[in-house]
Design a protein around this ligand. Structure first.
Ligand code: ADP
Ligand code: MG
Length: 628
């Protein structure tokens, strides 16, 4: 055979990744083994799946296995599988380029902190290149399951800027990756060390991982299976320890942290399936992109055969942090993504998973509140999307929400709606809240003044998603939710009749005042009225019941949305010295400045943006030093 060696350059992005792998990843060096075994396992999964439609592929036998071996004299370590293998083109595509947009994000996400960066590697699927952490040369020999023995491929590289590729003869299907270890990485040429790493990182790979058996430090010529080699979710719960679940989660997700909780269930009925879902403690970087194509983390198996990652079909977007596996007994093995979308069984499984996840969250609240707080910090804003998205479970999700509140000094998001209801004042009918751009803006808002002075608690919602979410949450546990910055502040039974009389009185006696302000402000306001909200500040701006909060309007405008200007109401506190001064001002120009500044400061305090900030500054300066 001729078999010329061809040298090709790596794509620029691969070079970048390789450079990084070689020069900055010093901690957790051993993850290369996990990555290579995981690739071998994927290749076995693929063979098993493709062989269903094309039995020819399995003609060399269906006993799939992964062999790890080493040669102390040569300084090499090999990971070998009899999975699907790669064709010449596939080797070039998969080992010479990075087709996935994920890698770009990986490169952007790198922090320069070697420890964190190593953790990212597993999650971003640049796994193969981790071989170069410990090797100065890597050889891959492979043959696709449907190719002839003469169509094998050898790929070799020193991990700098190019690789060699060549056609070879290879008897068996599958892939052998051989690492020529750097001199100071020879510790991996050791049966005990390798066995320990396989237990730690690859125990729950569903295929046998074999090492050469040794007796008294000498090879016996036999192979020994060193892992469980059984799909963990098929084993009964009482056989599995917390350690088993945690190790499986890490293998599944590439996350180095323990999960917060999990739920493992077998459903038998009109259809039978097993689910195993995990709640991570921290956002798994690439699972958090809400874009449907990019969502990953729930693996669909059908009768033990891995079919595809079906996170988009099996999880609603608001639970996209969940990781796990589903194994169905009833779905047909030839399902495609499109078919999954329409399948009734899939819809049922999805409903079942949602229920399980909500169960797990409720249990966490009850049993491990501190872990729930960790969860909320990582994923609270994602879960909030469920209020809009999942009308069926809206009340269950609402029960899981946590907010900052005027009843807590620390600003932590730890008040639930049930906590709030338990603290409600006698006669209080509604749950009061305020949305703002940040905790400081919320807790310092003038709108809170009169509720605070009456001892009424207000929830302080200051995440961007809150304004949108509350548009879908009008009621909880029989109580309505009221934004205190919108519409007239209705305190219901809490406003006693004396208040009402005072209101009427105040409005009457302030008629001249509000009328003058209104005429000076013209169409910048839809109304001016005496406020029930204020006790200390001179004025605030209130939006209409169904208008967006001012800070939200600003955000949307900044994002390029064309919003009609909303009908703002200026509410005033007539006894405030500024309004007293206004009443006493005869000079119309000065009164005009005062009126405009009052409105503008109300807009600023509400998180809005001034249409003409220069005008505001001019007027303010004139008021500060009347001659300017
Ligand atoms: P990922 O596993 O996330 O796709 P890797 O960098 O680990 O990323 O591997 C890149 C690609 O190389 C794989 O997707 C696969 O197509 C191919 N590959 C790697 N190892 C093997 C193997 N042992 N058998 C077949 N294909 C492999
Ligand atoms: Mg991989």
């Amino acid at each position: 055979m001729n078999q010329a060696v061809e040298t090709r350059r790596f794509e620029a992005e691969v070079q970048q990744v390789l450079h990084l792998v070689v020069h900055s990843l010093y901690s957790h060096k051993e993850i290369f083994l996990r990555e290579l075994i995981s690739n071998a396992s994927d290749a076995c999964d693929k063979l098993r799946f493709e062989a269903i439609a094309n039995p020819e592929l399995g003609k060399e036998g269906s006993d799939l296995a992964i062999d790890v071996s080493w040669d102390r004299d040569a300084g090499t370590l090999s990971v070998s599988d009899n999975g699907i293998g790669m064709s010449h083109e596939e080797v070039i595509d998969h080992l010479g380029t990075i087709a996935r947009s994920g890698t770009k994000r990986f490169l952007e996400a790198l922090s320069g902190d070697a420890r964190k960066d190593t953790q990212l590697i597993g999650q971003f699927g640049v796994g193969f290149y981790s071989a170069f952490i410990v090797a100065d040369r890597v050889t891959v020999e492979t043959r696709r399951a449907d190719a002839a023995a003469s169509d094998g491929v050898r790929w070799e590289s020193d991990g700098t800027d190019s690789y060699q590729i060549q056609q070879i003869e290879r008897a068996g299907r599958g892939t052998t990756v051989t690492l020529h270890l750097k001199d100071d990485e020879r510790e991996f040429l050791d049966g005990w060390r390798l066995r320990g790493l396989i237990h730690k990182y690859s125990e729950h790979i569903a295929f046998p991982i074999r090492l050469p058996a040794e007796k008294d430090g000498k090879p016996t010529g036999e192979l020994e299976v060193v892992n469980q080699a059984k799909a963990l979710w098929t084993r009964p719960r009482n056989e599995l320890s917390d350690d088993d679940y945690q190790a499986f989660y890490k293998q599944l997700s590439g996350d180095f942290h323990d999960p917060l909780a999990w739920s493992h269930n077998r459903v038998e009925g009109t259809q039978s399936y097993t689910t195993l879902v995990f709640l991570p403690a921290q956002p798994p970087f690439d699972a958090m992109f809400s874009n449907r194509e990019e969502r990953q983390g729930l693996k669909l198996y059908i009768r033990r055969v891995f079919v595809l990652d079906a996170a988009e079909q099996l999880l609603p977007a608001y639970l996209r942090f969940v990781r796990g596996v589903v194994d169905s007994d009833d779905l047909p093995l030839n399902v495609s993504r499109e078919l999954l979308q329409e399948n009734k069984l899939v819809a049922q499984i999805r409903g079942g998973i949602v229920k399980r996840v909500l169960d797990v969250l409720e249990k966490l609240v009850a049993d491990k509140p501190e872990d729930y707080a960790t969860f909320w910090k990582s994923f609270g804003n994602t879960l909030k999307e469920g209020i809009a998205e999942d009308t069926t479970n809206r009340q269950r999700i609402a029960k899981l929400l946590r907010f900052a509140s005027t009843a807590q000094a620390d600003g932590a998001q730890s008040t639930s709606l049930d906590d709030y209801i338990a603290r409600m004042r006698e006669g209080q009918e509604a749950i009061y809240y305020l949305t703002a751009d940040g905790y400081a803006a919320a807790s310092g808002s003038p709108q809170l003044e009169s509720l605070k002075s009456r001892g009424i608690e207000v929830l302080l919602l200051h995440d961007r998603i809150d304004e949108w979410m509350t548009g879908y949450l009008h009621e909880y546990s029989g109580k309505s939710l009221r934004n205190i910055a919108k519409g007239e502040l209705d305190l219901g039974a809490l406003a006693d009749s004396a208040d009402a009389a005072k209101d009427a009185d105040a409005n009457e006696s302030s008629k001249a005042l509000t009328g003058r302000l209104k005429s000076l402000l013209g169409d910048r306001v839809s109304d001016v009225r005496v406020s029930r909200r204020l006790t200390e500040s001179p004025a605030c701006v209130v939006t209409a019941e169904h208008d967006m909060a001012l800070h939200m309007q600003r955000l949307l405008r900044e994002a390029g949305h064309d919003l009609p200007s909303s009908a703002n109401v200026l509410e005033i506190n007539p006894s405030h010295p500024l309004l007293v001064a206004f009443s006493e001002t005869e000079d119309d120009a000065r009164a005009g400045d005062l009126a405009a500044v009052l409105l503008d400061q109300g807009i600023i305090a509400g998180g809005g943006v001034l249409e003409d900030p220069a005008d505001f500054v001019r007027r303010l300066n004139r008021l500060l030093v009347p001659t300017t």
